[in-house]
Design a protein around this ligand. Sequence first.
Ligand SMILES: Nc1ncnc2c1ncn2[C@@H]1O[C@H](COP(=O)(O)OP(=O)(O)OP(=O)(O)O)[C@@H](O)[C@H]1O
Ligand SMILES: [Mg+2]
Length: 149
Amino acid sequence: MPSPTRVIHKRIYEVAPRDLERAGTVSTAVRRELLALGMTPDIVRRASIICFEGEMNMVLYSKGGRIILLVRDDRVELLFSDRGPGIADIDLASQPGYSTAPDWARELGFGAGFGINNMEQNSDLFKIRSRVGEGTVVRATILLGVPFL
Ligand SMILES: Nc1ncnc2c1ncn2[C@@H]1O[C@H](COP(=O)(O)OP(=O)(O)OP(=O)(O)O)[C@@H](O)[C@H]1O
Ligand SMILES: [Mg+2]
């Protein structure tokens, strides 16, 4: 059994549904936190992309929820949990190009259908769990390779 890794830093951010004014503020804050911790530009870049895509999906499609940034000594974890409506078919939603974005979101440049794919590509471990009527939980993990002190 590998020993549980030490938590170095934890932040919880609330995400309000449909709040386009504030959309992107969590990923900006996460970026700032990771830079302040001395993370490498590559780790910061990947975490920012993952966070932005997850945050936008929560703003556009969910009833809101929270994002938790967890920095452990060997990894950065981003946990997204929302209050629904949930994703009926996760495989379909994860397919590049699949989107249910409404017209108003498409007019703002969203809805290419690459967000989840982009999150997965930038993660070392990636897991979505969802229950229709309850909500969606996404865990994206970036392994640091060299342990972070
Ligand atoms: N948190 C969520 N709750 C409910 N449905 C979601 C959630 N996140 C994603 N989805 C569904 O999965 C689809 C695909 O998401 P994805 O992020 O890959 O693409 P997109 O948001 O449609 O477009 P893009 O991210 O490229 O702007 C969305 O269109 C939506 O139907
Ligand atoms: Mg998206």
